[in-house]
Design a binder for this molecule. Structure first.
Ligand SMILES: Cc1cc2nc3c(=O)[nH]c(=O)nc-3n(C[C@H](O)[C@H](O)[C@H](O)COP(=O)(O)OP(=O)(O)OC[C@H]3O[C@@H](n4cnc5c(N)ncnc54)[C@H](O)[C@@H]3O)c2cc1C
Length: 379
């Protein structure tokens, strides 16, 4: 028999992962006490994998949301010479798309509808405490206490909860900053993402719709400083030097946002009755467009473990260890991939550059390896 405390879950953090987790747990019959900081809704665009999109369908997202998605059917990756490239096609793996572009505002609208407009998040100031008693976790505020079987923290890369419960994390600073904005373009290229591994930056061009692309430009900090001091016209000129052969009449069409880039690996994703999910548990370089996908796969895994019904109390160490094991491989694979790619492509020696060029040529001819890469990308 499930007791009252076992039905209660506290969520901290109201980003996309916190909200999706709320919907999933509510659908399983849990009572959710959700604490979040009010943050401005941004207008970012994310590439989500087909299996994450399928899961959103199973969550009961409205059809309007799926109509708003745009497909990425192929991806072309260039080395710094912009001469050698590898192309991954969804068709090669008999899939309709490699990924789907999702606008953050549409995402938030769909979340609101799925929650029947009942968001009811409580505000949380930074001076909270977390305590544990044998069968419950306690969130202690100024003059009140909230009890639950588990506290799930989805409070992002600089997680305050992680700090308060003293879970150590290892930070790798890429010494890069990502500049992100939308760009109006004229181009024959449709439904294709293009990524350039340049000497001092990685430039990703992601299709939003005909005539509009999203730019994520991950720059070495020195290069970023120079770029950041330029006006839009000068940035467009710099972009033209790289993408001018593929996109014409380019014009910056949104605010520019910047994000310092680092990678966080935590020593453990849970402690006592507190679990970390999303960027709080793993923060990676955005080059592979996988951060949100990883967070969604955290929730999918948690759902599968809950559905097994092995544990009535999901705050128990046994349940959390099982869940942790199901996430280990995926999270470390993506971490190594982004770390490795960044390392390889940041090498400036002519020998390494030659090896990369040769390697890309071989990779482009190997249908099997490309199929394996696509399999990982769409999972
Ligand atoms: C430039 C860029 C491009 C990206 N593109 C992609 C992509 O194409 N595909 C993809 O899969 N991923 C992408 N990502 C990664 C993706 O943005 C993140 O992985 C994802 O947004 C993480 O969501 P989250 O909810 O875990 O964390 P966050 O979005 O950081 O949300 C954390 C929330 O917790 C709140 N919070 C913080 N502290 C507290 C507190 N003390 N109390 C209460 N609330 C608190 C914050 O206000 C926030 O609302 C990209 C990232 C960058 C930087």
């Amino acid at each position: 028999m499930v007791n009252d405390i076992q039905k209660k879950i506290i969520i901290i953090g109201g980003g996309l992962i916190g909200e999706l987790l709320h919907i999933m747990l509510k659908s399983k019959g849990f009572e959710i006490n959700h604490f979040a900081k009010v943050s401005k809704i941004k207008n970012r665009t994310f590439a989500l994998s087909p299996s994450c999109i399928d899961w959103l369908r199973s969550l009961g997202f409205p059809s309007l949301f799926f109509e708003s998605l745009s497909e990425i059917k192929s991806m072309k990756i260039f080395d710094s010479s912009i001469k050698n490239s590898v192309t991954l096609n969804a068709e090669d793996a008999q899939n309709p798309a490699l990924a789907y572009m999702v606008n953050e505002k549409n995402f938030n609208e769909a979340i609101k509808k799925t929650l029947n407009n009942e968001k009811n998040f409580k505000k949380l100031s930074n001076d909270f405490e977390i305590k544990k008693e044998q069968e419950q976790a306690i969130l202690k505020l100024h003059n009140e206490e909230h009890k639950a079987s588990i506290i799930i923290a989805c409070d992002g890369a600089n997680s305050m909860v992680r700090e308060k419960i003293s879970i150590n994390s290892l930070k790798h600073d890429f010494k890069q900053t990502a500049l992100s904005f939308e760009l109006k373009v004229k181009s024959e290229i449709q439904k294709q993402a293009v990524q350039f591994f340049l000497k001092d930056s990685i430039l990703a061009v992601l299709p939003i719709r005909k005539g509009l692309v999203s730019i994520v430009w991950s720059c070495d900090n020195q290069f970023f400083e120079k770029l950041n001091n330029l006006d839009d016209k000068s940035i467009e000129n710099k972009l033209n030097l790289v993408i001018g052969n593929y996109y014409k009449d380019i014009k910056i069409a949104s605010q520019k946002e910047s994000f310092p880039l680092f990678m966080n690996s935590v020593e453990s994703i849970f402690k006592d009755r507190v679990l970390l999910i999303g960027d709080a548990a793993h923060f990676i370089h955005p080059m592979a467009g996988q951060g949100l996908n990883l967070g969604i796969r955290d929730i999918i895994s948690l759902e599968k473990n809950i559905d097994k019904k092995d544990y009535m109390d999901i705050g128990l160490r046994g349940f959390l260890r099982k869940y942790e094991r199901t996430r280990k491989e995926d999270v470390s694979q993506i971490g190594f991939l982004t770390l490795g790619l960044n390392w390889i492509f940041s090498k400036k020696s002519s020998i390494v550059i030659g090896v990369i060029a040769k390697g890309m040529g071989l990779l482009d001819k190997s249908k099997f390896i490309k199929q394996q890469l696509i399999k990982k990308a769409i999972s």
